[in-house]
Design a protein around this ligand. Structure first.
Ligand code: SF4
Length: 327
């Protein structure tokens, strides 16, 4: 754990519903190094956004730990147990960018006011001049022209609105940013601009990112490693290239088979998943993918597979992942 910036241990987030406990995030563990991007991918409802919110304590977890390396590099603080006073300091170090910038920006505030808001709330500057300089510099960093400072969100396109969201998240000089589907609501060409911006910012400021998306091809362009989630659990975790070249979990294989290939002469079998995703309310004590997996056996239907290191740094939660290595 020595070189990890953030360490998540056995994290669970359950919601009480009328029909029972909904297991949104169910015993998830992983680490992320400083300056690394971990892609978190899966179908909608798999728990990836809930996990992202628990990482920065926008949601309180049911149990488990989220250990964040201390400012001075010595030891870790468990964000799930931080006191309100500790949380106030931690809030400056962890931030989030949401999917739909329009719904999370106050329509009554101008670009200037929106970017100033986190600086004012946290009492960062006593001098107006200093704050003005900081806002101009943030606008410049995210590629917002100075002439837009008096514009309102409804006057701007989706890309510019997302740039405001990013500027707000950078305002307090964070170290760790959860990017929750940051480009899903944008046109394809604007998606590329925002992804390039996020990459450039990370290179310059060494941010640590968790990039959440339902789209594996988007995640591939920004991630160092990718974690695939299914029904509240991580089923595969690997360096991004190896995950694409040698997926070990049948669910990852199915997701990858749905991505169109750029080369016309390369053929890949399209795996159509049949069956329904089981209910996240009191899920079965077995492999949660068994009802849709073409390789499922009796063992899969009665014994839950643990997330195991099958190849160096490549983890999979499948009883037969080792056999997949040989194929
Ligand atoms: Fe499929 Fe069994 Fe592996 Fe689950 S454990 S993914 S059902 S082969």
């Amino acid at each position: 754990m020595s070189d990890e910036y953030i360490r998540v241990e056995n994290l669970k987030k359950y919601f009480a519903t009328k029909r029972g406990m909904l297991h949104a995030v169910d015993d998830v563990s992983f680490g992320i190094k400083r300056g690394e991007t971990l892609g978190l991918v899966g179908e909608s409802g798999c728990g990836k956004s809930t996990l992202g919110r628990c990482l920065i304590r926008l949601l309180d977890s049911t149990s488990g730990k989220v250990l964040l390396r201390n400012d001075d590099g010595n030891g870790y603080t468990d964000i799930t147990k931080a006191s309100p006073k500790e949380m106030k300091a931690l809030r400056k170090r962890v931030q989030i960018v949401f999917q739909d910038p329009y719904s999370c920006l106050n329509p009554r505030l101008s670009v200037w006011e929106l970017i100033a808001e986190p600086l004012i709330v946290n009492n960062i500057y006593s001098s107006k001049n200093e704050m003005r300089k900081r806002i101009r510099s943030l606008m410049d960093t995210v590629g917002l022209a100075e002439r837009l400072e008096n514009s309102y969100p409804h006057e701007l396109d989706g890309g510019r609105r997302q740039r405001i969201g990013i500027a707000r998240s950078l305002a307090l000089n964070p170290e760790f940013i959860v990017l929750d589907e940051p480009v899903s609501a944008l046109d394809v060409c604007i998606q590329a601009q925002i992804l390039n911006l996020l990459n450039a910012l990370q290179k310059e400021y060494k941010y640590t990112y968790v990039f959440i998306s339902h789209n594996l091809s988007v995640v591939r362009h920004v991630s160092d490693r990718i974690a695939v989630m299914y029904l509240g659990q991580i089923v595969e975790l690997s360096e991004y290239k190896e995950l694409f070249d040698k997926p070990l979990h049948p669910y990852t294989q199915a997701l990858l088979s749905a991505i169109p290939l750029a080369k016309l002469d390369v053929k890949r079998e399209r795996i159509i998943l049949e069956g329904d995703v089981p209910s996240p309310i009191e899920p079965p004590n077995a492999c949660r993918f068994a009802g849709r997996c073409r390789y499922a056996t009796d063992k899969c239907r009665s014994v839950p597979p643990a997330l195991t290191e099958v190849l160096t740094g490549h983890y999979a939660a499948c009883h037969y992942a080792k056999e997949n290595v040989k194929q």
